[in-house]
Every structure is written in C-alpha cells, then in structure tokens.
Design a protein around this ligand. Structure first.
Ligand SMILES: CC(C)(COP(=O)(O)OP(=O)(O)OC[C@H]1O[C@@H](n2cnc3c(N)ncnc32)[C@H](O)[C@@H]1OP(=O)(O)O)[C@@H](O)C(=O)NCCC(=O)NCCS
Length: 175
C-alpha cells in the first residue's frame, strides 16, 4: 500500500475490504435511523448486500475507523461528477458511535481529500428534518444553499423528501 490514510488522530478513513462485510452488516442491519434516511440501503441488510456494495465501482467509499483500535465506526463515500470537479458526500455512523463528533471528523477528512484531488466544490444533501446530518454538515463548515423541494420519494418515510443542499468551497472547511 504505502499510501497514508487520512486521519486526525482520533478517527481515520480507510478503504473497505471484503473482510469488513460482516461488520458492515452488523452496523447497517435493522438500524432505524439508517433505514429511514438512507432508503437505498437494503433492509434487512445481509453480508451478501455488503459484498454487493463492496463490488460496486464509480464511488470512493471509506470505512470510518477508530484511529487507535481500528474498530469500524461508520462509513463515508464520495461520488464525483463527470467533469471530476464536484464531489458529493454521503455518510452514516453506527448507532453506538453517534453523538461523539465522529462523522463531523470524517466529513472534514473526506472533504479535505476531495479538495486534494482537485474538487472545486464539495456538496451533500440532507433531509430538511434530518437534524443530526444537518448539524454534521454545518459543524464541518458547509453552507446551506437552499432546499430541493420534494426531490425524492422515500417509501420508508411514506413521503417525498425535501433536501437541503449544502456545499463547501476550497478553504471553507471548519476544523
Ligand atoms: C447523521 C449521522 C451520520 C451523524 O453522525 P454522528 O457521528 O452522530 O455525528 P456528530 O456526533 O458529528 O454530530 C451529530 C450532531 O447532531 C446532534 N443531534 C443528534 N441527534 C439529535 C437530535 N435528535 N436532535 C438534535 N440534534 C441532534 C448532536 O448533538 C450533534 O450536534 P452538536 O455537536 O451540535 O451537539 C448519524 O446520526 C447517522 O448515521 N444517521 C443515520 C444515517 C443518516 O442520516 N445519514 C445522513 C444522510 S444525509
């Protein structure tokens, strides 16, 4: 490998690998918050679902791990536009790891990585009512630009979702 993993000393981002499939299923299966807000994540979530996810291409996805123990705390992914100058980020934290600033740390690292790789803009979308996700974006320095009204039908919520569009430009990430 030889490549340095993004870390802030508390958490680190590292690529997922097949050996993580069981842990990934343990994090995602049956979690109400993840089911509600991430309706593309299958439920129930099996090891086979994790392996299918890990074989996908076109996205850069990382495990968020404890920098000391290496234990998996969550996941964060970047998807680039065709011009490779705008990255969109998505994230989740396992239930036991929430409320400790883990995802805010992960978002700063992933945003920094995107800028290092040439992004002119990094964006994310969070449901208007997803307060923890919106807090994460704001704590990391993202600006709310507006609301994409009724942008997505979410069958698990039984309603259309309105997304707040957040973005951060080079130099704007907050440490
Ligand atoms: C959103 C999510 C990733 C946040 O992860 P996390 O590691 O707990 O995030 P952080 O600890 O960095 O920050 C969470 C913030 O939300 C706040 N928060 C959490 N639950 C809250 C609630 N019910 N009401 C208000 N604020 C809440 C926390 O207090 C914290 O803000 P603070 O530092 O100002 O106190 C996690 O809740 C999750 O996995 N949710 C399900 C999946 C999801 O929604 N993904 C995002 C889709 S856009």
């Amino acid at each position: 490998m030889g490549e340095r993993l993004p870390t802030d000393g508390v958490i680190a981002l590292r690529p997922w690998n097949e050996a993580d499939a069981g842990e990934m299923a343990a994090c995602l299966d049956g979690d109400e918050e993840i089911a509600r807000w991430l309706d593309q994540v299958p439920q129930p979530y099996t090891v086979a679902d994790a392996l299918a996810f890990l074989s996908r291409t076109g996205e850069t996805t990382f495990a968020v791990v404890d920098a000391g123990s290496g234990g998996v705390l969550g996941g964060i992914g970047l998807r680039w536009n065709d011009a490779q100058d705008v990255a969109e980020i998505g994230y989740w934290a396992r239930r036991e790891a929430r409320g400790r600033g883990v995802t805010t740390r992960a978002l700063r690292l992933a945003g920094g990585l995107a800028f290092d790789q040439g992004a002119a803009r990094v964006q994310l979308r969070a449901d208007v009512e997803n307060v923890p996700s919106r807090r994460v974006a704001e704590k990391a320095g993202f600006t709310a630009e507006g609301v994409l009204r009724d942008a997505h039908w979410n069958p698990r919520l039984g309603r259309r979702q309105s997304w707040v569009m957040y973005s951060v430009l080079p130099g704007e990430l907050k440490s």
